[in-house]
Design a protein around this ligand. Sequence first.
Ligand SMILES: [Zn+2]
Length: 293
Amino acid sequence: MTELPDRRLLLVHAHPDDESINNGATMAKYAAEGAHVTLVTCTLGEEGEVIPPELAHLEPHREGGLGPYRTGELSAAMKELGVTDHRFLGGPGRYRDSGMMGLEQNHRAGAFWAADVDAAAADLVAVIREVRPQVLVTYDPDGGYGHPDHIQAHRVAMRAAELAADAGQPIAKIYWNRVPRTVAEEAFARLREALPELPFGEAAAIDDVPGVVDESVITTEIDGTAYAAAKSAAMRAHATQIEVAEPYFALSNELAQPIFTTEYYELVRGERGESGERGGAAPETDLFEGVSL
Ligand SMILES: [Zn+2]
Protein backbone atom coordinates (compact mmCIF):
# COMPACT_ATOMS: atom_id res chain seq x y z
CA MET A 1 0.00 0.00 0.00
CA THR A 2 2.43 2.68 -1.16
CA GLU A 3 -0.34 4.83 -2.65
CA LEU A 4 -1.94 5.91 0.64
CA PRO A 5 -2.49 9.67 1.21
CA ASP A 6 0.00 11.59 3.38
CA ARG A 7 -2.35 11.95 6.34
CA ARG A 8 -3.78 8.74 7.83
CA LEU A 9 -6.28 8.60 10.69
CA LEU A 10 -7.35 5.42 12.51
CA LEU A 11 -10.43 5.27 14.73
CA VAL A 12 -11.23 2.30 16.99
CA HIS A 13 -14.80 1.84 18.16
CA ALA A 14 -16.82 -0.80 19.98
CA HIS A 15 -20.07 -1.04 17.99
CA PRO A 16 -21.52 0.23 14.73
CA ASP A 17 -22.99 3.71 15.52
CA ASP A 18 -20.32 4.79 18.05
CA GLU A 19 -18.15 6.23 15.27
CA SER A 20 -20.93 8.44 13.89
CA ILE A 21 -22.06 9.68 17.32
CA ASN A 22 -18.54 10.44 18.58
CA ASN A 23 -16.52 11.30 15.50
CA GLY A 24 -18.89 11.65 12.52
CA ALA A 25 -17.95 15.25 11.75
CA THR A 26 -14.23 14.60 12.20
CA MET A 27 -14.33 11.56 9.92
CA ALA A 28 -16.30 13.42 7.22
CA LYS A 29 -13.94 16.41 7.40
CA TYR A 30 -10.74 14.42 7.05
CA ALA A 31 -12.17 12.17 4.34
CA ALA A 32 -13.32 15.26 2.39
CA GLU A 33 -9.86 16.82 2.78
CA GLY A 34 -8.20 13.77 1.27
CA ALA A 35 -6.84 12.07 4.39
CA HIS A 36 -7.07 8.29 4.61
CA VAL A 37 -9.64 7.50 7.29
CA THR A 38 -9.75 3.94 8.64
CA LEU A 39 -12.48 2.79 10.99
CA VAL A 40 -12.02 -0.43 12.97
CA THR A 41 -15.20 -1.57 14.72
CA CYS A 42 -14.65 -4.28 17.33
CA THR A 43 -18.06 -6.00 17.34
CA LEU A 44 -21.19 -6.15 15.18
CA GLY A 45 -23.35 -4.78 18.00
CA GLU A 46 -25.44 -7.95 18.19
CA GLU A 47 -26.75 -7.13 21.68
CA GLY A 48 -28.22 -3.74 20.85
CA GLU A 49 -31.84 -2.87 21.52
CA VAL A 50 -33.82 -2.13 18.37
CA ILE A 51 -35.86 1.07 18.10
CA PRO A 52 -38.18 0.53 15.07
CA PRO A 53 -40.93 -1.93 16.09
CA GLU A 54 -40.93 -3.47 12.60
CA LEU A 55 -37.29 -4.51 13.11
CA ALA A 56 -37.63 -5.72 16.72
CA HIS A 57 -37.46 -9.33 15.50
CA LEU A 58 -33.71 -8.78 14.93
CA GLU A 59 -33.03 -8.64 18.68
CA PRO A 60 -30.94 -11.52 20.03
CA HIS A 61 -33.67 -12.93 22.29
CA ARG A 62 -36.06 -13.09 19.28
CA GLU A 63 -35.03 -14.22 15.77
CA GLY A 64 -31.61 -12.54 15.88
CA GLY A 65 -29.74 -11.22 12.87
CA LEU A 66 -29.00 -7.79 14.30
CA GLY A 67 -25.24 -8.11 13.69
CA PRO A 68 -25.45 -8.52 9.90
CA TYR A 69 -28.20 -5.89 9.77
CA ARG A 70 -26.04 -3.37 11.64
CA THR A 71 -23.15 -4.16 9.29
CA GLY A 72 -25.37 -2.81 6.52
CA GLU A 73 -26.24 0.26 8.59
CA LEU A 74 -22.54 0.89 9.15
CA SER A 75 -21.81 0.70 5.42
CA ALA A 76 -24.59 3.20 4.74
CA ALA A 77 -23.24 5.52 7.45
CA MET A 78 -19.73 5.35 5.99
CA LYS A 79 -21.11 6.37 2.57
CA GLU A 80 -22.60 9.46 4.23
CA LEU A 81 -19.24 10.31 5.80
CA GLY A 82 -17.22 9.54 2.66
CA VAL A 83 -15.19 6.87 4.46
CA THR A 84 -14.27 3.88 2.30
CA ASP A 85 -11.94 1.96 4.64
CA HIS A 86 -13.99 0.37 7.40
CA ARG A 87 -13.32 -3.02 8.88
CA PHE A 88 -14.25 -5.25 11.79
CA LEU A 89 -11.48 -6.21 14.21
CA GLY A 90 -10.23 -9.66 13.17
CA GLY A 91 -12.94 -9.81 10.47
CA PRO A 92 -16.76 -9.61 10.79
CA GLY A 93 -18.07 -11.59 13.75
CA ARG A 94 -14.63 -12.39 15.24
CA TYR A 95 -15.64 -10.65 18.50
CA ARG A 96 -19.18 -10.54 19.77
CA ASP A 97 -20.97 -7.67 21.48
CA SER A 98 -20.71 -8.29 25.27
CA GLY A 99 -23.89 -6.45 26.26
CA MET A 100 -24.14 -4.01 29.13
CA MET A 101 -21.88 -4.42 32.19
CA GLY A 102 -22.93 -7.17 34.58
CA LEU A 103 -24.86 -9.33 32.11
CA GLU A 104 -23.97 -13.00 31.70
CA GLN A 105 -23.24 -12.29 28.01
CA ASN A 106 -20.08 -10.47 29.20
CA HIS A 107 -18.37 -13.81 29.80
CA ARG A 108 -19.76 -15.88 26.92
CA ALA A 109 -17.20 -17.48 24.59
CA GLY A 110 -16.45 -15.04 21.78
CA ALA A 111 -17.60 -11.98 23.74
CA PHE A 112 -15.24 -9.06 23.18
CA TRP A 113 -15.03 -8.43 26.95
CA ALA A 114 -13.78 -12.02 27.41
CA ALA A 115 -11.15 -11.71 24.66
CA ASP A 116 -7.44 -11.79 25.44
CA VAL A 117 -6.26 -8.19 25.07
CA ASP A 118 -2.93 -9.07 23.46
CA ALA A 119 -4.57 -11.40 20.94
CA ALA A 120 -7.18 -8.80 19.98
CA ALA A 121 -4.45 -6.14 19.86
CA ALA A 122 -2.53 -8.30 17.39
CA ASP A 123 -5.53 -8.11 15.05
CA LEU A 124 -5.34 -4.32 15.27
CA VAL A 125 -1.56 -4.24 14.84
CA ALA A 126 -2.07 -5.89 11.45
CA VAL A 127 -4.24 -2.93 10.42
CA ILE A 128 -1.75 -0.41 11.85
CA ARG A 129 1.13 -1.99 9.91
CA GLU A 130 -0.91 -1.90 6.72
CA VAL A 131 -2.32 1.64 7.00
CA ARG A 132 0.51 3.29 9.02
CA PRO A 133 -1.70 5.91 10.73
CA GLN A 134 -0.08 8.96 12.33
CA VAL A 135 -3.16 9.55 14.48
CA LEU A 136 -5.27 7.14 16.54
CA VAL A 137 -8.61 8.05 18.13
CA THR A 138 -10.30 5.88 20.75
CA TYR A 139 -12.02 6.06 24.17
CA ASP A 140 -10.68 6.86 27.62
CA PRO A 141 -9.96 4.00 30.11
CA ASP A 142 -13.62 3.97 31.22
CA GLY A 143 -14.69 3.57 27.60
CA GLY A 144 -16.39 6.96 27.95
CA TYR A 145 -19.25 5.56 30.02
CA GLY A 146 -18.40 2.11 31.36
CA HIS A 147 -19.73 -0.24 28.66
CA PRO A 148 -17.51 -3.37 28.67
CA ASP A 149 -16.94 -3.31 24.90
CA HIS A 150 -15.93 0.36 25.04
CA ILE A 151 -13.49 -0.32 27.90
CA GLN A 152 -12.08 -3.27 25.97
CA ALA A 153 -11.80 -1.20 22.76
CA HIS A 154 -9.72 1.30 24.75
CA ARG A 155 -7.46 -1.44 26.12
CA VAL A 156 -7.00 -3.11 22.75
CA ALA A 157 -6.30 0.17 20.94
CA MET A 158 -3.74 1.33 23.49
CA ARG A 159 -2.04 -2.07 23.63
CA ALA A 160 -1.95 -2.30 19.82
CA ALA A 161 -0.27 1.11 19.66
CA GLU A 162 2.44 -0.19 22.04
CA LEU A 163 2.93 -3.40 20.10
CA ALA A 164 3.02 -1.56 16.78
CA ALA A 165 5.66 0.85 18.15
CA ASP A 166 7.72 -2.14 19.31
CA ALA A 167 7.42 -3.52 15.78
CA GLY A 168 8.74 -0.28 14.26
CA GLN A 169 5.39 1.32 13.39
CA PRO A 170 4.82 4.01 16.03
CA ILE A 171 1.71 6.21 15.99
CA ALA A 172 2.63 9.88 16.43
CA LYS A 173 -0.50 11.04 18.28
CA ILE A 174 -3.19 9.24 20.27
CA TYR A 175 -6.42 10.95 21.28
CA TRP A 176 -9.34 10.04 23.52
CA ASN A 177 -12.87 11.22 22.74
CA ARG A 178 -14.01 13.97 25.08
CA VAL A 179 -16.78 16.52 25.59
CA PRO A 180 -16.13 19.63 27.73
CA ARG A 181 -18.62 19.87 30.60
CA THR A 182 -19.38 23.54 29.88
CA VAL A 183 -20.23 22.74 26.25
CA ALA A 184 -22.45 19.85 27.36
CA GLU A 185 -24.22 22.02 29.93
CA GLU A 186 -25.00 24.73 27.38
CA ALA A 187 -26.22 22.18 24.83
CA PHE A 188 -28.46 20.47 27.39
CA ALA A 189 -29.90 23.84 28.47
CA ARG A 190 -30.91 24.50 24.83
CA LEU A 191 -32.20 20.94 24.55
CA ARG A 192 -34.48 21.31 27.58
CA GLU A 193 -35.98 24.46 26.05
CA ALA A 194 -36.56 22.66 22.74
CA LEU A 195 -37.91 19.49 24.34
CA PRO A 196 -41.65 20.25 23.88
CA GLU A 197 -41.06 20.40 20.09
CA LEU A 198 -39.08 17.17 19.97
CA PRO A 199 -40.31 13.58 19.49
CA PHE A 200 -38.51 12.58 22.71
CA GLY A 201 -40.13 12.58 26.14
CA GLU A 202 -37.20 13.52 28.34
CA ALA A 203 -33.62 14.72 28.22
CA ALA A 204 -30.72 12.46 29.07
CA ALA A 205 -28.41 13.40 31.94
CA ILE A 206 -25.11 15.06 31.09
CA ASP A 207 -23.32 12.06 32.54
CA ASP A 208 -25.03 9.86 29.93
CA VAL A 209 -22.76 11.58 27.39
CA PRO A 210 -19.51 9.62 27.02
CA GLY A 211 -16.24 11.31 27.92
CA VAL A 212 -17.50 14.48 29.65
CA VAL A 213 -14.60 16.21 31.40
CA ASP A 214 -13.47 19.56 32.72
CA GLU A 215 -12.62 21.96 29.91
CA SER A 216 -8.96 22.07 31.01
CA VAL A 217 -8.54 18.46 29.85
CA ILE A 218 -9.42 19.30 26.23
CA THR A 219 -6.40 19.72 23.95
CA THR A 220 -8.05 19.68 20.58
CA GLU A 221 -11.32 20.68 18.95
CA ILE A 222 -12.41 19.89 15.44
CA ASP A 223 -14.96 22.31 14.04
CA GLY A 224 -17.26 20.05 12.04
CA THR A 225 -19.94 22.67 11.32
CA ALA A 226 -19.53 22.15 7.58
CA TYR A 227 -20.11 18.42 8.10
CA ALA A 228 -23.10 18.61 10.45
CA ALA A 229 -25.47 17.31 7.76
CA ALA A 230 -23.16 14.39 6.96
CA LYS A 231 -22.90 13.51 10.66
CA SER A 232 -26.68 13.58 11.12
CA ALA A 233 -27.18 11.48 7.98
CA ALA A 234 -24.64 8.93 9.21
CA MET A 235 -26.38 8.74 12.59
CA ARG A 236 -29.73 8.35 10.84
CA ALA A 237 -28.28 5.41 8.86
CA HIS A 238 -28.01 3.55 12.20
CA ALA A 239 -31.79 3.50 12.43
CA THR A 240 -32.03 0.41 14.62
CA GLN A 241 -30.06 2.30 17.29
CA ILE A 242 -30.61 6.02 16.85
CA GLU A 243 -33.56 8.33 16.29
CA VAL A 244 -32.47 11.71 14.92
CA ALA A 245 -34.34 15.02 15.20
CA GLU A 246 -31.61 17.53 14.32
CA PRO A 247 -29.78 18.83 16.21
CA TYR A 248 -30.82 16.21 18.75
CA PHE A 249 -31.00 12.44 18.90
CA ALA A 250 -32.00 9.61 21.19
CA LEU A 251 -30.91 6.02 21.67
CA SER A 252 -33.32 3.20 22.53
CA ASN A 253 -33.84 4.70 26.00
CA GLU A 254 -35.65 7.61 24.22
CA LEU A 255 -33.71 10.20 26.23
CA ALA A 256 -32.78 13.20 24.10
CA GLN A 257 -29.14 14.23 23.67
CA PRO A 258 -27.51 16.99 21.63
CA ILE A 259 -25.60 16.16 18.45
CA PHE A 260 -22.19 17.82 18.80
CA THR A 261 -20.83 19.06 15.49
CA THR A 262 -17.68 20.39 17.05
CA GLU A 263 -15.90 17.29 18.35
CA TYR A 264 -13.41 17.38 21.22
CA TYR A 265 -10.32 15.38 22.07
CA GLU A 266 -7.68 14.84 24.71
CA LEU A 267 -4.18 14.22 23.37
CA VAL A 268 -2.67 11.46 25.51
CA ARG A 269 0.41 10.41 23.49
CA GLY A 270 2.61 12.58 21.30
CA GLU A 271 3.43 16.25 21.06
CA ARG A 272 0.76 18.90 21.12
CA GLY A 273 0.94 21.08 18.00
CA GLU A 274 2.27 24.61 18.30
CA SER A 275 -1.00 26.37 17.78
CA GLY A 276 0.08 29.99 17.31
CA GLU A 277 -3.11 31.45 18.72
CA ARG A 278 -3.24 32.63 22.34
CA GLY A 279 0.45 31.88 22.77
CA GLY A 280 -0.03 28.18 22.11
CA ALA A 281 -2.64 27.89 24.88
CA ALA A 282 -5.55 27.54 22.49
CA PRO A 283 -6.73 24.03 21.64
CA GLU A 284 -5.33 22.43 18.52
CA THR A 285 -7.72 22.62 15.58
CA ASP A 286 -6.18 19.76 13.60
CA LEU A 287 -5.47 16.22 14.81
CA PHE A 288 -2.37 16.15 12.59
CA GLU A 289 -0.96 19.43 13.92
CA GLY A 290 2.81 19.08 14.40
CA VAL A 291 2.98 15.67 12.72
CA SER A 292 5.82 15.41 10.20
CA LEU A 293 4.34 13.81 7.10
ZN1 LIG B 1 -21.13 1.29 21.70
